[in-house]
Design a protein around this ligand. Structure first.
Ligand code: PBG
Length: 333
């Protein structure tokens, strides 16, 4: 007996003593197949263009896209999410529904190059294609018009399905988008094309670097359609609505500031729940590591492990290829 009382009988540290024990009792394990790599493809370039705020990430040419897809397939990751960067934009985002628009062209390239090894997925949103930079079309007063945007999403869904996308990433946060797109796909003979609903997508500062990545024209913000960061219940509700409307997978985005929302979704959803480690989350790790302030590789593994532990069954991450390599080496957080 010490002065402070009896020595403990219950010693949680037993399970932390050795690497072998820690490995045996680990509740969460990362696997390359659960990682999805977002890729930017820019129209009219012959060489990849670096993105300043996302060191290590580029806007691909169609040619460099092919090489990256081969590396992704070799790394054994689960899939890729394609974003288009068009050379011209207009008020309704015509490039999004044009079969020769950059995203649809890139999708055909990706499916031909790696469609068997990877799930080729596409961002379904107008913001990369509109000259005002909003995710939908605007009404006469300049507000984002929900129902007019849905008609554009339905047309975009058909263009993407025809280009061969396996999973449409609905990221626009318009009410009813999942149901409208599901009906449009089914009516046009695309019952096998899936929907990844960005169900709980928050109005976040962490999309900052992405705006550079897609050369966004946005002035203002997206607070009239993306969820207010203060709200947990709205995230849960959006997840349930998307499930009801026919989503095959639901997503929470960003990841790290919304792990409670993610845990709620994982508990309530009958379909898989994914999370998106967004551009600002990537940039923070890269910047701090470049300054020598954190250990890059450990931070990558720890953030991905935390996102998986909170309930994501797969994670979209700009670190996907590097993480896959670390996982293959047997590295853990
Ligand atoms: C919308 C979309 C965005 C992101 C993915 N899809 C931007 C936004 O909502 O402003 C952000 C992804 C990231 O920051 O990595 N097309």
């Amino acid at each position: 007996m010490s002065d402070a009382g009896p020595l403990p009988r219950i010693r949680p540290r037993r399970l932390r003593e050795t690497p072998a024990m820690r490995r045996l009792v680990a509740e969460t394990r990362l696997h390359p197949a659960e990682l999805v790599l977002p890729l930017f493809v820019r129209e009219g370039v012959s060489e990849p263009v670096p993105i300043g705020s996302m060191p290590g990430v580029v806007q691909h040419s169609l040619d460099s896209l092919r090489g990256e897809l081969r590396r992704a397939a070799e790394a054994g990751i689960g899939g890729v999410m394609l974003f288009g960067v068009p050379s011209s934009k207009d008020a309704v985002g015509s490039g999004a529904t044009d079969p020769d628009g950059i995203l649809n062209v890139a999708t055909r390239v990706a499916v031909a190059e790696a469609g068997d090894a990877l799930v080729v997925q596409t961002d379904l949103c107008l913001d990369e294609f509109t000259d005002h930079g909003h995710c939908g079309v605007l009404d006469a007063a300049g507000r984002v018009d929900n129902d007019a945007s849905l008609a554009r999403y339905a047309a975009m869904a058909l263009a993407q399905a025809e280009a061969g996308s396996a999973l449409l990433g609905l990221s626009g946060m318009m009410d009813g988008q999942t149901g409208v797109v599901r009906s449009a796909l089914d009516a046009a003979g695309h019952p096998r094309t899936g929907i990844l609903a960005y169900a709980a997508k928050y109005a976040s500062a962490f999309y900052g670097p992405f705006r550079e990545a897609v050369a966004s024209s946005l002035v203002g913000d997206r607070r009239s359609y993306q969820i207010d960061p203060a709200n947990r219940r709205q995230g849960a509700r959006e997840v349930l609505l998307d499930v009801e409307e026919g989503a095959d997978v639901v997503m929470v985005k960003p990841a790290m500031s919304y792990l409670d929302v993610l845990a709620d979704a994982a508990a309530a959803s009958p379909v898989p729940v994914w999370a998106y480690q967004v551009s600002g989350e990537y940039a923070m790790i890269q910047a701090a590591a470049a300054n020598g302030w954190i250990d890059r590789e450990r931070a990558i593994l720890e953030t991905l492990t935390g996102i998986r532990r909170a309930g994501a069954s797969a994670v979209l991450s700009y670190f996907a290829l590097e993480a896959a390599a670390l996982i293959r080496e047997g590295r853990t957080a």
